[in-house]
Design a protein around this ligand. Structure first.
Ligand code: NAP
Length: 227
């Protein structure tokens, strides 16, 4: 039977799920926070912007008559996931959580695990050239490191100058091709990548490129991962 499904999205996996469920004849709405100016196309309906907390999400679920809620948000987006849990409970809908499994290193990788951004800032060695593969809202703490050249990859151009003393911005989404990622790392003479353990296939190519080029990776682990 066709269902009315709300997917909390903003990830490639959520878009893939929307395509599959829509093709299966379901009435699918994907919700985006609205952070990206030109989000990738998504099958089915799309609504954009916050709900106004768990209560707002609960009201939306009820007023729109959804029969299923899927949390397919990014693993480092904790507030919307907590809201999904609370809202599903409040309205008595089952919550399906589809968070990407984390990546893990092989013996050919040189990953240094840290628990959070401040520890990632402290882990950098003076004089390094560092690719920051992080959301724009996580850049500011790195401003303390005037001894580092940062290359910051962003999907959208920043609306104001970044606070980093020595940096350049590379615009665009990560490539899924490790060869192209390696070319970017070589062109900018990168010594180290700083990223979060987001998981998923889309952003893994940079780590395959780092492996091939034998670069250091500072991996910010997920909250509560113990690593
Ligand atoms: P967050 O801290 O968990 O959420 C902050 C607030 O943004 C939420 O309380 C909610 O506002 C709104 N929001 C978040 N996701 C939403 C969604 N899918 N639909 C409607 N409202 C949403 O999340 P975030 O780190 O700001 O990330 C925002 C979105 O970007 C997430 O949906 C995530 O899947 C996607 N994303 C995040 C990252 C990342 O690195 N964090 C990377 C890639 C994609 P209200 O309380 O007003 O409802």
């Amino acid at each position: 039977m066709a269902e009315r499904i709300l997917i909390l999205g903003g990830t490639r996996e959520a878009a893939d799920l929307a395509a599959a469920l829509t093709a299966g004849g379901h009435d699918v709405t994907t919700s985006l926070a609205g952070r990206t100016r030109e989000p990738l196309p998504v099958a089915g309906r799309v609504r954009t912007g916050g709900f106004g907390g768990a209560d707002g999400l609960a009201r939306f679920l009820q007023s729109e008559g959804f029969t299923r809620l899927v949390d397919a948000t990014h693993p480092f987006a904790p507030r919307i996931s907590a809201n999904a849990l609370a809202a599903a409970k409040a309205v008595g809908l089952p919550l399906e959580v589809r968070l990407r499994p984390p990546w893990s290193a092989t013996t050919d990788d040189d990953w240094h695990h840290v628990a959070d951004i401040p520890r990632a800032v402290a882990a950098l060695a003076a004089g390094e050239r560092v690719l920051l593969a992080l959301g724009s809202q996580h850049i500011t703490p790195f401003a303390a490191r005037s001894d580092i050249h940062f290359v910051v990859r962003m999907v959208d151009a920043p609306s104001e100058a970044l606070p980093l003393p020595d940096h350049q911005v590379v615009l665009g989404r990560p490539s899924a091709d490790p060869g192209r990622e390696a070319e970017l790392l070589r062109r900018h003479r990168i010594d180290r990548i700083v990223c979060r353990n987001s998981g998923g296939e889309g952003a893994f190519a940079k780590l395959l490129a780092a492996r091939a080029l034998r670069l250091r990776v500072t991996m910010i682990d997920r909250p509560g991962s113990g690593g």
